[in-house]
Each structure stands twice: as structure tokens, then as C-alpha cells.
Design a binder for this molecule. Structure first.
Ligand code: NAG
Ligand code: NAG
Ligand code: NAG
Ligand code: NAG
Ligand code: NAG
Ligand code: NAG
Ligand code: NAG
Ligand code: NAG
Ligand code: NAG
Ligand code: NAG
Ligand code: NAG
Ligand code: NAG
Length: 260
């Protein structure tokens, strides 16, 4: 009489931010309106450790693995389990099971898989001068860094803009990963020969999965050092549905529109 449910379980993707709350949906409709008193509901991770169990309407902490104790809350209205204080290690596959507890024992009724990915937003890249240019060298050394993000960025580069040109400088991205949180810090360095008598704006761009995260400009030249530019950052890669990044700094002075 019960549905043949679990042969091809539905699966869906879910996304959560580091140190925030994630959602693990079950999408159980209970079309037969079975009372919770007759149901056994639980979630388990890919190692079959139990996150939460609702046994005939009552929470049963007995089977819950200690790594999930006190980290979950069940939303009865939409059959979703919330997992709090998400860590990078929490990414992976989860399963929700609903069983009917009938006279003949447990009968599987519903199963739902969710694939949880975990993100952490990198800080806005920041350019620092590690050695200033001198009268005779004209070389400036810059480092750009961005911290506490996940997953690993695709690339990071400097973009040097003059009045007429825009040049991309690829350099080796240094990365370090925290061994507890698993978050990444990344940085790049550039030794740049400043062209004489021109205005230059240097940007640092962090290329993530689906968006570019630019730094504020480091400006060299007459226009630059005193006045801030009024900047509009535009995302140019329309092909991959990239998100727009929009940082404006208002002040007196020029307007300049910058594209990455
Ligand atoms: C997690 O968030 C709390 C506040 O929401 C904050 O105090 C704490 O520093 C954060 N932890 C990490 C590792 O970012
Ligand atoms: C469940 O309901 C809460 C609010 O009650 C909502 O924030 C959340 O997005 C819902 N989750 C799903 C998977 O529908
Ligand atoms: C489901 O059952 C409860 C009582 O068990 C009843 O109050 C409710 O109206 C029923 N809902 C539906 C949609 O049949
Ligand atoms: C991370 O960045 C995205 C896109 O910029 C934003 O929508 C989201 O709210 C940010 N999340 C956190 C936790 O900062
Ligand atoms: C670098 O030198 C310029 C002048 O050439 C000066 O205005 C600027 O403050 C110096 N920056 C640092 C970080 O020393
Ligand atoms: C600037 O960087 C270059 C290349 O890494 C290095 O050879 C040079 O010594 C640096 N200059 C100063 C003044 O530190
Ligand atoms: C930029 O281009 C204009 C016109 O093509 C030219 O007059 C100017 O000298 C160029 N500026 C630089 C810094 O190359
Ligand atoms: C990442 O940067 C933060 C802030 O500068 C620092 O506290 C942390 O130790 C760095 N982590 C790693 C793994 O380098
Ligand atoms: C993390 O790395 C630090 C030094 O890099 C080390 O002292 C510490 O024991 C490591 N912690 C773990 C949990 O591996
Ligand atoms: C740099 O910008 C200033 C102010 O906009 C301008 O007066 C000057 O001619 C520019 N210099 C060059 C070389 O383009
Ligand atoms: C960028 O920011 C400005 C001012 O805050 C706003 O008017 C504009 O709509 C934003 N553009 C995008 C693409 O978010
Ligand atoms: C900068 O742009 C704003 C609006 O986009 C305009 O009102 C203002 O006059 C411009 N300033 C200059 C110096 O061009």
C-alpha cells in the first residue's frame, strides 16, 4: 500500500556560508496525512552519522552523533533540518529518511538526498606597497592579499590601467590554508616599473568561480594621489552570468569608469 519510494531518491543541491546556518530539506509532502506519532524521521551524513532523529513525534538524541549535538533544529512546517555553525568540513552529501512505524515494523516512505556546498566570502583584495619607488629605480613593489575565503580562487592578477591601455599582469598566487577552519588566504606580488609622466591606476582582481572581486585602485600620478576617482566597477563577462561587483568611492575629482 505504501509508495515504492526509495529506489530513485530525489537529490538536490544546497549552499551554506561558513559559520552560518545551512538547510537540509526533506521535501516530504505527507499526502496521506500520517500523524507524526506514526513516523520515524532522521537525517544522516555521508558517513551514516545521524544528525537528528524524530521518533514518533519526539526528538531522540540518543542516536545523534556528538559532532551534531546542539547544532540542529527541525522545521516541522517545511520538513527542513537546519544545521548551525557550518564548517567547511560539513560539505558533502546528506540524506533524510521518513519511515512509517506500522504494526509490521518500519516501512520506508520517503528519502531525500541533498548535496551541501559551503562557501566563505573572501575579503576585498587590498593592495599594499612593500617597497616604494626611488628616484633612480622607478620600480614599485606591490602585494595584494585577500583573506578567509573558500573555495580556492581560480586566479588573482594585477591590472594596470593608463590613459590608453589596460595590461593584465599574471603572477603566481600564493595561498595558505588554515588547518582548522580550512579557509584560504591568498596573495600576489608585482614589481612594477612606473612609466614616466603618466597617470596609472593599478587594480588587483580576484577571480572566483562566478564573479570577479576587485580591489580599490592604487593610483600613481598627479591626478591620483590627491583626488579619489569616482569609480564604477562593471562586470564584463556576461557569458557566465557573473555577478556584478559595485564599489563606489565618491569624492571631488574625476569620474572614471573601469572595466575588468
Ligand atoms: C562566527 O560568527 C561569530 C558571530 O556570528 C563570530 O563571533 C565568530 O568570530 C565567527 N567565527 C569565525 C571563525 O569566523
Ligand atoms: C523553510 O521555512 C523557512 C521559514 O519558515 C524558510 O526560511 C526556509 O527557506 C524554508 N526552507 C525550504 C527548504 O523551503
Ligand atoms: C490531517 O489529519 C488531522 C488529524 O489527524 C486533521 O486535523 C487534518 O485536517 C488532516 N489534514 C488533511 C489535509 O487531511
Ligand atoms: C557573500 O557574498 C555574496 C555575493 O556577494 C552575498 O550575496 C552574500 O550575502 C555574502 N555572504 C556573507 C555571509 O557574507
Ligand atoms: C611612495 O612615494 C610617494 C612619492 O614618490 C609618496 O607620496 C608615498 O607616500 C610613498 N608611499 C609609501 C607607502 O611610502
Ligand atoms: C622588488 O621586487 C623585486 C622582485 O621580487 C626584487 O628583486 C626587488 O629587490 C624588490 N625591491 C625592493 C626595493 O625591495
Ligand atoms: C593616449 O592616446 C592619445 C591619442 O591617441 C595620445 O595623444 C596620448 O599621447 C596617449 N597617451 C599616452 C599616455 O600614451
Ligand atoms: C590569514 O590571514 C589572517 C589575517 O591576516 C591571519 O590571522 C591568519 O593567520 C591567516 N591564515 C593563514 C592560514 O595564513
Ligand atoms: C595547525 O598548524 C599549526 C602550525 O602550523 C600546528 O601547531 C597545529 O598543531 C595544527 N593543528 C592541527 C589541528 O593540525
Ligand atoms: C594626469 O592627470 C592630470 C589630472 O587629470 C592631468 O593634468 C595630467 O595631464 C595627466 N598626465 C598625463 C601624463 O596624462
Ligand atoms: C551601483 O551602485 C550605485 C550607487 O550605489 C547604484 O545606483 C547602481 O544601481 C549599482 N549598480 C549595480 C549594477 O549594482
Ligand atoms: C561625475 O559623474 C557625476 C554623475 O555620474 C556627475 O554629476 C559629475 O558632474 C561628474 N563629475 C565630473 C568631474 O565629471
Amino acid at each position: 500500500r505504501w509508495l515504492m519510494c526509495c529506489l530513485s531518491a530525489a537529490s538536490m543541491k544546497s549552499q551554506a556560508y561558513f559559520n552560518k546556518t545551512g538547510e537540509l530539506p526533506c521535501h516530504f509532502t505527507n499526502s496521506q496525512n500520517i500523524s507524526l506519532d506514526e513516523l520515524v524521521v532522521f537525517w544522516q551524513d555521508q558517513d551514516k552519522l545521524v544528525l537528528y532523529e524524530l521518533y514518533r513525534g519526539k526528538e531522540n538524541p540518543q542516536n545523534v552523533h556528538r559532532k551534531y549535538k546542539g547544532r540542529t533544529s527541525f522545521d516541522k512546517d517545511n520538513w527542513t533540518l537546519r544545521l548551525h555553525n557550518i564548517q567547511i568540513k560539513d560539505k558533502g552529501l546528506y540524506q533524510c529518511f521518513v519511515h512509517h512505524k506500522g504494526p509490521k515494523g518500519l516501512v520506508p516512505m520517503h528519502q531525500m538526498n541533498s548535496d551541501l556546498s559551503v562557501l566563505a566570502n573572501f575579503s576585498q583584495p587590498e593592495i599594499m606597497v612593500t617597497s616604494n619607488r626611488t628616484e633612480n629605480s622607478g620600480i614599485i613593489n606591490l602585494t595584494c592579499s585577500s583573506i578567509q575565503g573558500y573555495p580556492e580562487p581560480k586566479e588573482m592578477y594585477f591590472l594596470v590601467k593608463t590613459e590608453n591601455s589596460s595590461t593584465k599582469y599574471d603572477t603566481v598566487m600564493k595561498k595558505s590554508q588554515n588547518n582548522v577552519t580550512e579557509l584560504y588566504n591568498v596573495s600576489i606580488s608585482l614589481s612594477f616599473s612606473v612609466p614616466e609622466a603618466s597617470n596609472v591606476s593599478i587594480f588587483c582582481v580576484l577571480q572566483l568561480e562566478s564573479m570577479k572581486l576587485p580591489s580599490l585602485p592604487y593610483n600613481i600620478g598627479k591626478a591620483a594621489s590627491q583626488d579619489y576617482f569616482f569609480l564604477r566597477y562593471h562586470e564584463t563577462e556576461r557569458s557566465d552570468e557573473a555577478q556584478c561587483v559595485n564599489i563606489s568611492k565618491t569624492a571631488s575629482g574625476d569620474n572614471s569608469t573601469t572595466q575588468f
